[in-house]
Design a protein. Structure first.
Length: 408
């Protein structure tokens, strides 16, 4: 977002608050007392400000104009109130007490080292956008995106977690001979809903692997095995932490470069807010008098966990799974797998669709080819859908700062 710079040191002071101290209004620029009948006045946010001379009035009006300009540039964006600044930054204790928020709005004062709202808030978002501790750019929240889409499978018989897009893309790549294999995750035959990473080399194996399992899957181990077996072109599906492992293996001077000189990896990232321990999910399900082996589908979305059994759906608040949340996930701030070639998630789009971010050139090309070849149906992601993703990404980023609060 391109925000014009504002000379923040010129603080607008409301005339009525000054009058409590002295009978004469004070010019907010030169700080001198001014007769109330001065011809130089300005009205802002329902208050009148009095000036000593035209110079002071001009300086004040210039700041006001800048604020109006910033407000205009933020007008069509999502509404962000002081409440968001309080929730994300002030309450968790990561406010640096720089005073930028108070300097940009007459409704905020610094009370000691704490910003406090003392007047009306129009949710213009200005204070949030000045704060050095917030993350406000789209790239800061979700990484660099070539193009965002809403998509769903165009293949018969694909029952994905959301739109079945990951599975359909893999099916296309394999059928076109562009892949030797894909590292996907399936349910263990012995322990239902326990994730098992596998090397899929056939169309049927890919179709079988559709759906999400909400526990850590050791995909990198399977990747190593695939390379050792002589696979050269490999897609790896995983949440951001798995994709980061691939990224590091490529980029780090101490990474397993020797392995990748023989293999070409396509990292396909899944959005991810949290995972839970397999044993924890098992315990939770048992506590609801259900058995994991009977659960046909599991979906976590909109703060709920939905379990399906024999045509019946059981819905629980996700907070009930809190005790089983993987501790590593508390330290994770990437929702959308910023290092993937393409990222896929459920948030943003309607039920039955997948949100897709193409990122790399290669990711963009293969996604388009799969659409052209009739494997996937796609449309551009709408702005309101993107806003939902950005909101969740922001929540995950600031969650890191709220660790102490969450642990209480
Ligand atoms: C642990 C986890 C947490 C998630 N959290 C969110 C979230 O908070 N918000 C959100 O919008 N989306 C989340 N997702 C992504 C979402 O559930 C879907 O995977 C995504 O929208 C793609 O849907 P699809 O129908 O196109 O994929 P499908 O066609 O169903 O393909 C899903 C692919 O994911 C692979 N997979 C399944 N489980 C795992 C696993 N544990 N590790 C690695 N790969 C796996 C499968 O093998 C398959 O290839 C999460 C996914 C996982 C696995
Ligand atoms: S700058 Fe805007 S969002 Fe922030 S407190 Fe003032 S009116 Fe509210
Ligand atoms: S701008 Fe941010 S860091 Fe600075 S005082 Fe306000 S809340 Fe604190
Ligand atoms: S929240 Fe982060 S650490 Fe946890 S599984 Fe998802 S990507 Fe990995």
């Amino acid at each position: 977002m391109d925000i014009p710079s504002t000379p923040l040191m010129i603080l607008p002071i409301a005339a009525d608050s000054i009058q409590e101290v002295t009978n004469m209004p004070i010019d907010p620029i030169c700080k001198r007392e001014v007769p109330p009948d001065t011809p130089y006045t300005s009205d802002q946010d329902g208050k009148t400000y009095y000036f000593h001379d035209p110079e002071c009035k001009k300086k004040f009006d210039d700041v006001a104009k800048n604020i109006v300009r910033v407000k205009r540039s933020l007008k069509d964006k999502e509404k962000i109130s002081f409440g968001r600044l309080r929730k994300d930054i002030i309450k968790p204790g990561i406010c640096a007490a720089c005073g930028a928020c108070a300097a940009s709005c007459p409704s905020i004062i610094m009370e000691g080292e704490k910003p406090k709202l003392i007047g009306p808030c129009t949710a213009c978002g200005i204070c949030y956008n000045q704060c050095p501790r917030t993350i406000t750019t789209e790239e800061g929240l979700v990484g660099s995106i070539r193009h965002p889409y809403a998509a769903r499978s165009a293949l018969k018989g694909v029952r994905g977690q959301d739109g079945g897009v990951v599975t359909s893309l893999l099916a296309y790549l394999l059928e076109e001979g562009l892949l030797d294999c894909a590292i996907v995750t399936v349910k263990s035959e012995d322990d239902p809903w326990k994730p098992v990473p596998v090397i899929a080399t056939t169309y049927d194996e890919i179709i079988e692997s559709a759906g999400s399992i909400y526990a850590h899957s050791m995909t990198i181990q399977a990747l190593m095995n695939a390379v050792q077996q002589g696979m050269r072109s490999i897609a790896l599906v995983g949440p951001p932490c798995n994709i980061d492992a691939v990224y590091k293996i490529y980029k780090s001077p101490y990474g397993l470069l020797h392995m990748f000189m023989r293999a070409n990896i396509l990292p396909l990232g899944l959005f991810c807010m949290d995972t839970f321990s397999y044993e924890g999910i098992e315990e939770f399900v048992a506590s609801r008098h259900l058995e994991l082996k009977d659960i046909e589908s599991m979906k976590i979305w909109r703060g709920k966990i939905e379990l399906e059994k024999g045509g019946e759906t059981f819905v629980y608040d996700l907070s009930e799974l809190d005790p089983y949340r993987s501790s590593s996930c508390k330290y994770c701030t990437d929702l959308t797998a910023r290092h993937a070639a393409i990222s896929f998630g459920g948030v943003g789009t309607p039920d039955g669709w997948t949100t897709v971010f193409t990122r790399s050139g290669r990711g963009y090309e293969i996604f388009h080819e799969a659409v052209e070849m009739g494997y996937i149906e796609s449309r551009d992601l709408e702005e309101k859908e993107m806003t939902r993703v950005l909101n969740l990404a922001r929540m995950k980023k600031v969650q890191k700062y709220s660790l102490i609060r969450r642990e209480k």
